[in-house]
Design a binder for this molecule. Structure first.
Ligand SMILES: Cc1cc2nc3c(=O)[nH]c(=O)nc-3n(C[C@H](O)[C@H](O)[C@H](O)COP(=O)(O)OP(=O)(O)OC[C@H]3O[C@@H](n4cnc5c(N)ncnc54)[C@H](O)[C@@H]3O)c2cc1C
Length: 389
């Protein structure tokens, strides 16, 4: 890094984390190039459920709160991005009221409503089945699934970042120091600092042997529906907070039977964009085959789904870390090589704030800004392959 010239930053991955990091780094004066092997939001960042919500984890809660703030500011400056002024509310529903009895630790969400009986649930959301119990949480901002990532990409471009699409990249490391990236065809691109933000593919970019796996892919299928009068709340089948963990053995059996497909009913309606989900699988499902199963299962909660039309189907992978929290910071023993990945089911809700953290650590040179519970170094060290350019 020479004095007098801007720091060159290479970012690998054009999901929510990469795009937000590109925006923040460019705004801080770095010369930023983001390399995305497909298109912006090609992974989960463009294909998720579109619910910005509390991640049920005290370590992640500040990231969620800051991310909401970032989206609020973004909606002020970007006419194409709108963010709800107030949360729509999250209704966690179940036909079994015993599931709503507190079993020890409550999610750290501040005021949580009491148990809502079916009659109260009906008065809040008349379209839900009339035998559902619920609890209501003051969180849940529905946005179209691709919207936040697209807005962050626009902000990055406005700030002067170059976004190279269709450009698969691997980090170039020489003598324990990041020197840039290598694109397909062995084309080197120099940089002072490199950030890997490639979601569930990140471990392979650092350690191609596949031995370093603190983040694994948990595949989800979703369906976008045409639906008259969808619920205003984000609706989730109770126990969705248990989704932030690697998939169970059942999810690795392929193909699972329809009944055994691990899925949890969720619905988020951002205006006319109504999305239902979602599965938790160790392999990439065919979303066209999964969508009818999601609708079928969803009818238990939302009978009106019998009259719906599926307008789009999607599959994407959650970058699921082993302890449910992202890995952020400089990789041990690799100067200038940073990672921000592993946001599991909460990347849209917490990703921009962790992108800001990693950019602060990269450009400020101060690793202490990253809380221990998020630091990449809490896991063992990947064997980074040296690539000479
Ligand atoms: C079904 C489903 C529903 C979800 N719903 C929600 C929700 O409602 N709310 C929420 O907060 N979160 C949700 N999530 C989680 C959220 O979508 C993810 O945590 C988040 O999108 C991860 O962002 P990322 O930038 O880390 O990774 P990704 O979005 O996976 O982006 C990584 C990018 O890197 C690119 N890439 C990979 N390798 C290379 C390479 N070698 N060179 C260049 N580019 C490369 C990929 O093409 C991809 O575009 C959901 C996830 C799933 C699967």
């Amino acid at each position: 890094m020479g004095a007098g010239r801007p720091v060159e930053v290479a970012i690998v991955g054009g999901g929510i984390i990469g795009c937000a990091a590109a925006a923040f780094a460019a705004e801080a004066g770095a010369r930023v190039t983001l390399y995305e092997r497909a298109e912006i939001g090609a992974g989960a960042s463009g294909r998720n459920m579109g619910a910005v919500q509390h991640p049920f984890d005290p370590i992640l809660a500040p990231l969620y709160e800051e991310t909401v703030q970032i989206y609020r500011e973004l909606s002020q400056r970007d006419d194409e991005f709108s963010f709800p002024g107030e949360p729509a509310g999250l209704l966690m529903v179940t036909p079994d009221p015993t599931l709503l009895e507190p079993d020890g630790e409550e999610p750290p969400l501040g005021p949580r409503s009491d148990l809502l009986a079916p009659r109260q649930v009906q008065s809040l959301e008349p379209s839900l089945a009339d035998d559902l119990w619920a609890t209501r949480l003051e969180t849940g901002f529905p946005i179209p699934p691709h919207a936040a990532t697209a807005a962050m990409a626009r902000r990055a471009r406005e700030g002067g970042a170059q976004l190279e699409l269709g450009a698969a990249a691997v980090p170039a490391v020489v003598n324990g120091r990041a020197v840039g990236v290598v694109l397909e065809g062995l084309r080197p691109r120099a940089a002072d600092l490199v950030l890997i933000a490639a979601g569930p593919w990140s471990p392979y970019l650092l350690d191609p042997s596949g031995r370093w796996q603190p983040i694994v892919a948990t595949w989800g299928a979703t369906a976008q529906l045409e639906l008259a009068s969808p619920p205003r709340h984000v609706v989730e089948e109770l126990r969705v907070e248990s989704v932030n963990q690697p998939v169970s053995d059942a999810a690795t059996a392929r193909p699972p039977s329809a009944e055994k497909t691990p899925s949890i009913f969720t619905l988020a309606a951002a205006g006319s964009v109504v999305t239902i989900g979602s599965t938790f699988l160790a392999f990439e499902p065919d979303p066209r085959a999964m969508a009818p199963l999601l609708v079928e299962r969803g009818k238990r909660f939302l009978p009106g789904l019998r009259d719906t039309r599926i307008v789009a189907t999607r599959a994407c992978a959650r970058p699921q870390s082993l302890d449910g929290r992202p890995l952020v910071g400089e990789v041990a023993g690799m100067q200038g090589l940073f990672l921000a990945a592993g946001h599991g089911p909460w990347g849209i809700s917490s990703g921009p704030a962790s992108a800001r953290l990693v950019v602060d650590a990269m450009l400020g040179g101060d690793a202490s800004v990253i809380p221990d519970g998020l630091n990449v170094r809490r896991f063992d060290t990947p064997t980074v392959r040296e690539v000479h350019v």
